[in-house]
Design a protein around this ligand. Structure first.
Ligand code: BES
Ligand code: MN
Ligand code: ZN
Length: 514
């Protein structure tokens, strides 16, 4: 995973010294500074730009730039500084908040994204991270800023053979001047591996299914071995021996074999029970015999976003050598119609021993997760489980693309997840569960059926999963609306968002370490 920007952390003095070095004509330099209400700037920045003040004032007046957050001003050939371009990035909050600094900590993430979008590619830049109002934790703020920039700069374009000139220049080289360079260096390095982890998940989601088969997904996940993650891959024979007929039934219509991937990070106390993450990894969901309509079916290459998020999370956790035991399980299958495909009405026995009547072969995610959940409980006895899945279209009807659905049998775990998501900007909204919903999936012929009727589709899907987790604290995140087809934002321009990676990493950091 390579990041689209090279970033070096310097002290303010070093950054200003770099600015005094002659400019490389072939990679003209941009100086980035931050301005608040009515062009307020830090004393140091004011001093640095003293010869350009009049020019800045005229340019700002002409462009009606007032330093508002989300706006920026570009000045070419600024007077008195060795940079061909000066970029002022606005940091003043809106009307209801008069302060100059970004209102919340995660705004530094957006600020990084906004800055990266203005920098463009193929440039060299010096960023003086000296805000008109200093952040309370400058090193951590700088790391969030860098992370936002890296996430913004990600592009999935390896299948485009005709690139624009500016895209050929390679990654932008940034020198980031910060107040507390020594502490910022390690935090920015950690932000770099977090960015790589999110980007890994995004790329997995963006890859088409003719490239990302179940075996190819397993191969890519197994590269986490380089970070010290233990990787175990179960093939169809191994899964059949364990009785995973629910998962195998989904994959049986495809010529591509199914896989279960187990990723284990042992950074905590030896022998201590792990926290478990389980991901739905349907590399392509045609719906099977209950086939989907053609419109937008191509989006179903992203039906493995849950498994991608778990892979990314383990990358982040291992890269920063988290002091926690974490296990990730990916149920990876392709849901295809065909002569060998499972039919509506088929009854399968899951690894748990419970039988399932398959009413609709397009409700396949829960079948895959059922066996993955049983597997992780039996083999790893986790303290808690979080599963992530692009499980239902109904979650898009309920929440749109802003929030992921949260379903859980445990209030504490729900609160921890919601808190982690608020911190990272991956928002969750909890739904109700209970026996009256559970009854809707009772079957005439088997222990349960895999659909619960038209109403409350995301909830009955969660009730189905709940039948496989017993008393283990468990939460299910329905990310069908947030993991793919994502609207462009300050920190993401990609179809696959990588939703869940930072959330899970944060959950581990806040609640399962030390
Ligand atoms: N992968 C889909 C859910 C989905 C829909 C994800 C839209 C992303 C965007 C899932 O496997 C599915 O097909 N669910 C069905 C369930 C139904 C048959 C009970 C659905 O939501 O329609
Ligand atoms: Mn489906
Ligand atoms: Zn699906």
């Amino acid at each position: 995973m390579s990041l689209n920007a090279k970033l070096e952390v310097l002290s303010y003095d070093e950054a200003e010294a770099a600015l005094r070095a002659p400019e490389d004509v072939s990679r003209s330099r941009t100086l980035v500074v931050f301005a608040g209400t009515d062009l307020a700037m830090s004393d140091r920045v004011k001093e640095l730009l003293k010869e350009a003040q009049a020019q800045i004032g005229r340019a700002a007046a002409a462009a009606k730039f007032k330093g508002k957050s989300g706006s920026s001003l570009e000045i070419l050939a600024p007077v008195g500084v060795l940079a061909s371009r000066l970029l002022l990035i606005g940091v003043a909050a809106g009307n209801c908040d008069e302060s100059d600094k970004p209102a919340k900590f995660d705004d530094y993430l957006s600020l990084g994204g906004q800055t990266a979008s203005k920098l463009g590619q193929g440039a060299a830049a010096v960023v003086l991270f000296d805000l008109p109002e200093a952040p309370s934790e400058p090193a951590a703020a700088a790391a969030q800023f860098a992370l936002g920039g890296w996430l913004r700069a990600y592009k999935f374009d390896q299948y485009k053979t005709k690139k624009k000139d500016e895209e050929k220049d390679g990654p932008v080289e940034i020198k980031l001047g910060v107040a507390d360079a020594e502490s910022a260096k390690s935090l920015v390095a950690e932000a770099g591996s977090t960015a790589e982890a999110v980007i890994l998940a995004r790329t997995l989601v963006n890859e088409p299914a003719n490239v990302l088969s179940p075996t190819e997904f397993a191969r890519r996940a197994s590269e986490l071995m380089k970070l010290g993650v233990e990787v175990e891959i179960l093939d169809e024979k191994a899964m059949a021996e364990l009785g995973m007929r629910a998962l195998l039934g989904v994959g049986q219509g495809s010529d591509n074999e199914s896989r279960l991937v187990v990723l284990r990070w042992n950074g905590g106390e030896a022998g201590a029970a792990p926290i478990a993450f389980v991901g739905k990894g349907v590399v392509f969901d045609t719906g099977g015999i209950s086939i989907k309509p053609a419109a937008s079916m191509e989006d179903m290459k992203g039906d493995m976003a849950g498994a991608a998020a778990v892979t990314g999370a383990l990358y982040a956790i291992a890269a920063r050598k988290a002091k926690a035991n974490v296990v990730g399980v990916l149920g990876i299958v392709e849901n295809m119609p065909g002569g060998k495909a499972q039919r509506p009405g088929d009854i399968v026995k899951s690894m748990s021993g419970q039988t399932i009547e398959v009413i609709n072969t397009d409700a396949e995610g829960r079948l895959v997760l059922a066996d993955a959940l049983t597997y992780v409980i039996e083999k790893h006895k986790p303290v808690a489980i979080v599963d992530l899945a692009t499980l239902t279209g109904a979650i898009l009807v309920a929440l749109g693309q802003e929030y992921a659905g949260l379903f859980s049998n445990d209030d504490e775990l729900s609160e921890r997840l919601t808190k982690a998501g608020t911190a990272t900007g991956e928002k969750l909204w909890r739904f109700p569960m209970g026996p009256s919903y559970d009854r809707l999936i009772d079957s005439k012929f088997a222990d349960m059926k895999n659909t619960g009727g038209r109403h409350g589709g995301s909830i009955t899907a969660a009730q189905f999963l709940a039948r496989f987790v017993g008393k283990t604290p468990w939460a299910h995140l329905d990310i069908a609306g947030t993991g793919m087809g994502s609207p462009a934002s300050d920190i993401n321009q990609s179809w696959g968002s990588g939703f869940g990676v930072r959330l899970l990493d944060r959950l581990v950091k806040d609640c399962y370490e030390g």
